[in-house]
Design a protein around this ligand. Structure first.
Ligand SMILES: [Zn+2]
Ligand SMILES: [Zn+2]
Length: 257
């Protein structure tokens, strides 16, 4: 198994030395793909961004079959040139596409939700995601589709397929038509409601022709590597999907028991 989403010291919100990450992953018998944050034009200058030359020169010596070098790119439509340049000029194994910012607002903060019903906020978020998957080809796997449920301000924060079937279908269809993966982010799958909601979405992905899923802990500390992977394996079994990892931007199947 591979943990396809972890953050090390090149991410400004992580405190993880690559050597500690390797030690933990070896103990757990996991391969790793490092996916440090690259969020261009963050409102705090210098945050969530790293120097790719430094990243490759420092990490190249650790690179092997079980330690691959990727990136999590925060999608925003005012940074497309920078994203294209990064993708074209550096030899990443794997690129995660993520939505952290919607129409210029970081959805981590309450301001995004102010004056919006849950339906309006979630619809805006999903529409932004549809733009990403429809018009951009820079990524291999779509990260944490239900990211908004971590930070939104509503009493019931769940992302239910039944509330936005057309929008979610359009996103899943686009992913499957372009052979992209849909990520199972294990950082937030500890409660049953979240798991069941996401299973419904993954099953629909499979129905619409989706093939690939990546499993990632989104760990920012060594102790979170591989967290909830037992649940993730159960989810892929229930949804009849096959997990993959990426090397040189190509997917490889992972056998699970
Ligand atoms: Zn993310
Ligand atoms: Zn992440």
């Amino acid at each position: 198994m591979y943990d396809c989403h972890i953050h090390t010291n090149f991410s400004s919100d992580a405190t993880m030395d690559i050597k500690d990450a390797i030690r933990v992953s070896e103990k757990l018998g996991l391969g790793l793909i490092i996916t440090d944050h690259m969020d261009y034009k963050h409102h705090v200058p210098g945050e969530f961004i790293f120097d790719p030359d430094e990243y490759f020169s420092e990490y190249q010596v650790y690179r092997n079959e079980r330690l691959l070098l990727g990136v999590e790119i925060g999608f925003r439509d005012d940074s497309l040139e920078e994203i294209e340049e990064l993708k074209n000029n550096y030899p990443f194994d794997f690129i995660i596409g993520a939505i952290h910012v919607v129409n210029g607002m970081d959805i981590y903060y309450k301001d995004f939700y102010e004056g919006k019903s849950k339906e309006q906020a979630y619809e805006e978020y999903l529409n932004n995601m549809l733009t990403l998957v429809k018009h951009h080809d820079f990524f291999d796997s779509l990260a944490h589709m239900d990211y908004i449920t971590r930070y939104s301000v509503y009493e019931d924060r769940g992302l239910y397929y039944r509330d936005f079937p057309d929008l979610i279908d359009a996103i899943l269809k686009e992913l499957s038509d372009t052979d992209k993966a849909l990520e199972i982010n294990t950082r937030w799958i500890h409660d049953k409601n979240t798991v069941n909601n996401f299973i419904e979405i993954l099953k629909r992905f499979k129905e619409l022709g989706g093939k690939y899923t990546t499993i990632g802990s989104d760990a920012h500390r060594p102790e979170d590597i591989g967290v909830n992977f037992g649940i993730a394996e159960e989810i892929v079994r229930v949804c009849d999907l096959k997990p993959v990892y990426y090397k040189e931007r190509k997917p490889y199947y992972i056998n699970i028991k």
